[in-house]
Structure formats: C-alpha cells, structure tokens
Design a binder for this molecule. Structure first.
Ligand code: TRP
Length: 359
C-alpha cells in the first residue's frame, strides 16, 4: 500500500517552537526518510476563516509567513507539496450527510474552542463543521499518515468515522482511514508558553517564533517562568512545572552538554543539582538558549534566503497547489461515482433511462 502524508496548519500567525517541536521537525524528518510516496502540507486558509471570517486580511498576510516558516524549517518543495486549502476541490458537503450534529457537539476540540471563543450562543455553522472539512482535506489525498499535535486526535477520530461511514454507505473502498502520528517524546507534544501557561499562544504573548531574532530569543528565554520558590541560588528548586526544564526535556540532547555545559553529563544530572539547590536559573537559561539557538540559527539562515525572493515563494505555493488540485479532483470523481452522482459519465444510467422510455 502506498504511504501518503497530509498535514497542515492554520495561517493565523507565524509558527513558533511549539509547532516546530510538536510537528514540523518531524515532518521534515519524514520528508527526508524517503519512505513516503507523497507528502502534502496544507496551509488551511479556509479552516482559519471559520473563526476569522471577518478578518480575511489576517489570513492573507499569514499565508506567506507560514510558507516561509515551512521552507526555513527544512520543508523541501521538491519532496513535499505545499498547497493552499481553499483552492482544492471540496468534499465537505457530501460528508455532511454522514455526520450528526450531536457527534460534532461531542468533538472535544470543537467543544473547547466554542468555549474559548465565547461562541456558546451563536456558533457559526462553518466553524461547527470544520472537523468535516478537515476530514475532506485528509481524505482528498487518501492520506494514511497524519503527523499532528495531540490536540488534533479528535479530528482524526472523526475523520476515521466519516471514512468508514462513507465506504459502508456507498459500498466502496474509495476513502482511506488515516492514522495520527504524534511526536515521539511526550515533552515535545505540548510545549508550554514561556510564562508557564499550558500552551504557547499569540494572544498571551508567550511564544518563541521560528522567525525571532537572536536578541528576541535571548530576552524571552532569560525572562522565562521557572520555580517561583527558587529565590536564592542555594534554595532547592522544582523541576516539574518549571518551563525551562520542560523546554530542555523537549530540545536538549546529551551532545549539548558536552558542548555547552560539560560539568554535567546529561539532563538528569542537571535536574538533580537544581533539586538539591546551588544551581541558579541564569546558568540553566543560558544553556537552554544555546540549545535553542543551535536549532534556530540554521532555520533563520534559510529564512533570510527565501525572504529575498518572495515572488518565488508564491510560485512554490502555486505549483504545489496545482499539483494537489489534480490529486483531489481525482478523489472527488471517485466519490461522485461511488455516490452515483456522476450522471454524465454513467453509461449504465443513460442506458437504463433510455430503456425506461423506449416506445
Ligand atoms: N486543525 C489543524 C490545527 O489547528 C490544522 C489542519 C487543517 C490540519 N487541516 C488539516 C492538520 C489536515 C492535519 C490535517 O492545527
């Protein structure tokens, strides 16, 4: 069976290191593994509009930001198709028949977002149905592997249900059930904000962006949330819930210690010292900064190159979208045939109707 990836992001802002460690870095590794027959990354503008419908300018501005973030993180357009969601053929309306309102209401991601956006009393239908649209995105490419963050698992479950229901209802095997692929280490799956809150979010101003300058990253790391009770260096410190250590869990490798902090063999030794007392936050933060910069500086360098040719980046998006349209159009044809709404190419239908009206 062929192995096909589809994944994507909403273009509502620049991508941050939470996106990177939770998913983007893995996409680059999968891309370079050579194990896949097709890799598609979607800039989900239509989905972003479901809760930004009154602000298309924001989406329009961020398409190029997300594209630059992908390319600078190492997504290679000769290996990965980068596409714009709103420009590919739509399956959503056909799938809507297969999903109940109560099932959508039970989708945990939708539930949480409805609360977050104060939509309780007036949920836009487009927003409410975006899990169906996401199922359409994934199935249009017959993707079987979807590398995503943990928060997307309910979307994948909903997609799998739609696939089963479609194939069952229309007695076919047109659609493919996808599997989610999470980041390997749990620390990487949900990176907290620099202020210690559960998630990085633009509105909280607690993100480190892939496009931040070295000075920005330094300021943000040096003011990161640690253990509020670790006041004097000699105080024993807490590692759990200490954002600097959470980031080190996600990003640091033993090689980093040899290079930047040779007094410690690995993260466990550093944590032990912090717990005992006698290790200051500044030293740990400086180490984290070095570790992050090792990851971020090649990304920044590639970004600088791509920024010199913005028109070229739009060309990459256009070429990827055109390629993706063909694949999605093919699936749409198969879906229509399975649903028997392919009237003009259905020779049996035409013959049957002619027979019915024969004199
Ligand atoms: N919903 C995803 C997010 O908010 C983005 C997304 C859109 C996506 N379409 C997708 C992810 C298809 C995986 C597959 O992050």
């Amino acid at each position: 069976m062929s192995k096909i990836i589809l994944t994507g992001d909403r273009p509502t802002g620049k991508l941050h290191i939470g996106h990177y460690i939770g998913s983007l870095k893995r996409r680059v590794a999968l891309q370079n593994s050579g194990e896949f027959d097709a890799i598609n990354i979607m800039i989900a503008d239509a989905q972003a509009l479901t809760d930004n419908f009154d602000n298309p300018e924001k989406i329009r501005q961020n398409i190029i930001e997300v594209a630059l973030d992908y390319l600078s993180a190492g997504i290679d357009p000769s290996k990965t198709t980068i596409l714009i969601q709103s420009m590919i053929p739509e399956l959503t309306f056909y799938y809507m028949n297969l999903v109940t309102v109560s099932r959508l209401q039970r989708n945990p991601t939708v539930k949480a977002e409805i609360q977050m956006r104060n939509f309780e009393t007036s949920i836009p239908v487009g927003f409410f149905c975006y899990p169906i649209s996401q199922a359409a995105d994934i199935t249009a490419f017959k993707a079987n592997v979807v590398p995503v963050g943990e928060d997307q698992l309910p979307m994948l479950e909903q997609t799998r249900e739609i696939v089963r229901k479609f194939n069952d209802t229309y007695h076919c095997n047109v659609l493919v059930e996808p599997e989610a692929q999470l980041a390997a280490e749990s620390a990487a799956r949900r990176l907290p904000g620099t202020d210690g809150s559960a998630k990085m979010s633009k509105s909280l101003g607690n993100c480190i962006y892939l496009s931040d300058t070295p000075a920005d990253v330094k300021t943000k790391v040096m003011s990161m949330y640690t253990d509020p009770d670790h006041i004097k260096i000699t105080d024993p410190g807490k590692v759990e819930g200490n954002t600097v250590f959470t980031y080190l869990d996600a990003f640091s490798k033993p090689e980093h210690f040899a290079e930047y902090l040779p007094d410690y063999a690995n993260l466990d030794e550093l944590k032990d010292h912090y717990r005992r007392g006698g290790l200051g936050d500044v030293k740990v933060k400086k180490f984290l900064l070095a570790v992050l910069e090792e990851e971020l500086s090649p990304i920044r360098a590639r970004r600088a190159e791509y920024q010199k040719d913005i028109a070229g980046v739009y060309e990459i998006l256009k070429a990827g979208t055109e390629k993706a349209r063909e694949v999605a159009a093919q699936t749409l044809d198969e879906v229509r045939s399975a649903m028997k709404i392919n009237y003009f190419t259905d020779a049996a239908l035409i013959a049957e109707q002619a027979e019915k009206y024969k004199a």
